[in-house]
Design a binder for this molecule. Sequence first.
Ligand code: OGA
Ligand code: NI
Length: 337
Amino acid sequence: MENHSQNGTQDLLQVSALNCIDLSNPNIHQSVSLLKQACLDCGFFYVVNHGISQEFMDEVFAQSKNLFQLPLNEKMKLLRNEKHRGYTPVLDELLDPDNQVHGDYKEGYYIGVEVPEDDPDAEKPFYGPNVWPEDDVVPGWRQTMEKFHHEALEVAKAVARIIALALDLEVDFFDKPEMLGKPIATLRLLHYEGQVSDPSKGIYGAGAHSDYGLITLLATDDVMGLQICRDKDAKPQIWEYVAPIKGAFIVNLGDMLERWSNFIFKSTLHRVLGNGQERYSIAYFVEPSHDCLVECLPTCKSEDNPPKFPPIRCATYLSQRYKDTHAELNVYNNHQT
Ligand code: OGA
Ligand code: NI
């Protein structure tokens, strides 16, 4: 297999060797050490034996397919709202405006933490009711997605405990109520339609970006596509594929954790290249509560290494990042039903 690089020449396919964290490993020191190494190096690693059954993962992928296979006019009825819930059409998201001529060649579906409209918490920017398809259109869909949301959060919390130890914090540092006790967590189903990407023409499945939040869990089907760039300042940039491993999550750190750790832990640039095959992936973005103050961790600063950024409220930070990367909703006015 070959890959077209930015200048149009052909490179041999490079596949990244990432550390693998086994959540069933009783030797926690070993897990902490593998994870720490990965976080210092590129912020990407695999997580296996995470407790979500393969059978259930298959069901989530099947339900994702059921939704994306609906006709476009059905999907447009579920168009995302102001709170980033619901369907995002192809080209909606533009992650790397300097290098992309269009938005991403992917469609998606956002599902956040379900909070009823009449709950005072629903006023918060990242809480509210989700957009759900009618049950007769995709039977059982909501139940499947709610169950996955719930189970993935447990995996994220388990990973966060190992991250806390790797940062010399108390094991339950991220379990506090203002952190993952009341998290902002967003499940995003993704579907790449099978377009061939062409970096030399600015066409990507997903443009180069780093994720905004604390951590992201990513489940993919077996179609290769995700690439990471360990050094964004290198010229030319070198992109390595991350191979899918059946049953594993690919976990990566987001910019919020990079900032929180005073840039000790890395949030790495990544993108998706389409190779002509259809591809499905499922991302689960995890952030602390709205009011959590993201302020340089006590173990990540010293007199010689003072905080590089001022504290910021989690919700303020996230709102800005979403605004920077998504189309204005009024571009879809013609489709509103
Ligand atoms: C993302 C992302 C990768 C993929 O949604 O942030 O990087 O493989 N997705 O779909
Ligand atoms: Ni990403």
